[in-house]
Design a protein around this ligand. Structure first.
Ligand SMILES: [Zn+2]
Length: 332
């Protein structure tokens, strides 16, 4: 359903209306919503300041909660992401690397919040690397993503045939519920309807269950400039830690903790990613040479993370946030 933001959206229209078909998704159209709105999707405030205006959209900052949001809220559909520089042409080796190098913060989040046998759901799971990790740690884990290429790859490589689904939470089967933990890693900033998705997450959690969200920290230090994907139709919203916490609390969750990254590696990686994006408009083909190059990049990234540790301690001491943050809440 189009999200009318408590009935206050100025207008709403739907593009590419279609039907979800889990197994024959390649022939289906994903639903995309275009919502022109000047009211904040987090707190419903009407007063906003214009942050950025282009021919296609305006970025507005809510004067009440500080959320920056796109007007209209027009996000990319599955075909947009499948062709995108960041997501296209993933290989089995790529996602095995992703599984092997999973961010330890995500793992910690899982291990601390749940016990063996817990039911977990990763929304926007990509190829399912985190779903595979959770399964290997004894959780009953599921994942959903509207990128059918990634889901098909993950099902094969990670042997997650019955645990991954193409689609989104608004279309999930009823039996996918009573979760102990729902995770959304770098998802909320892509959503045209964050309040609708979060209310669905609340319904799908058991009482006492946790929701863990990670996304870019809008209050971060960014001396190398803003990462190139931080604009519509890629990112539709920009959240500060307080803004995201307030949003979740208004949606009936209890705050558990907020973690803010402080890593020089994030700053250097932003500069690298922006430079690479300027030089390449399409993703590299999965050739053997490209795969070997990516092997080297994973190894170099690991070395870079270690070299940055002394500087990271300084950043943490100065309370300087870099790219990422995580907010954990609980259904009470
Ligand atoms: Zn607001």
């Amino acid at each position: 359903m189009p999200n009318l933001a408590n009935g206050r959206a100025t207008s709403a229209s739907r593009v590419n209306v279609g039907v979800y078909d889990w197994e024959a998704f390649a022939n289906a159209q994903i639903e995309t919503e275009m919502i022109e709105r000047s009211f904040c999707p987090s707190c419903d405030e009407a007063s906003t300041n214009t942050v950025h205006a282009s021919a296609d959209y305006t970025l507005r900052r809510c004067t009440k909660c500080d959320l920056v949001f796109a007007d209209p809220m027009l996000g990319g559909d599955s075909s947009y992401y499948q062709a995108h520089l960041v997501y296209a042409n993933r290989t089995a080796l790529d996602i095995q690397h992703e599984r092997a190098h999973l961010d330890s913060r995500r793992c910690a989040c899982m291990l601390e919040l749940t016990k063996g046998g817990a039911r977990t759901l990763d929304i926007g799971c990509g190829c399912g690397a985190f779903v595979a990790f959770a399964r290997d740690e004894g959780r009953e884990s599921y994942g959903i993503d509207f990128n059918d290429q990634h889901i098909r790859l993950g099902k094969t490589v990670f042997n997650l045939k019955d645990s991954l689904m193409i689609g989104d939470i608004l279309s999930m089967p009823q039996e996918w519920s009573e979760f102990d933990l729902v995770t959304m890693f770098e998802v909320i900033e892509h959503l045209p309807n964050p309040e609708e998705v979060i209310s669905q997450v609340y319904r799908r959690l058991r009482k006492g269950g946790y929701l863990a969200i990670s996304c870019p920290n809008e209050a971060r230090w960014q001396p190398m400039g803003r990462i190139f994907v931080d604009y519509p139709p890629h990112h539709l919203t920009r959240w500060t830690p307080d803004c995201l916490r307030g949003f979740l609390e208004r949606n009936s969750f209890e705050h558990v903790r907020t973690e803010i990254d402080a890593s020089l590696r994030d700053v250097l990686w932003t500069a690298y990613a922006n430079r690479r994006a300027r030089r390449k408009s399409t993703a590299p083909s999965p050739t053997n040479a490209a795969t070997r190059l990516r092997d080297c990049k994973w190894a170099l990234d690991g070395i870079l993370r270690k070299l940055c540790l002394p500087f990271d301690a300084i950043l943490r001491g100065a309370h300087v946030g870099t790219m990422g943050m995580r907010v954990v809440v609980r259904k009470v």
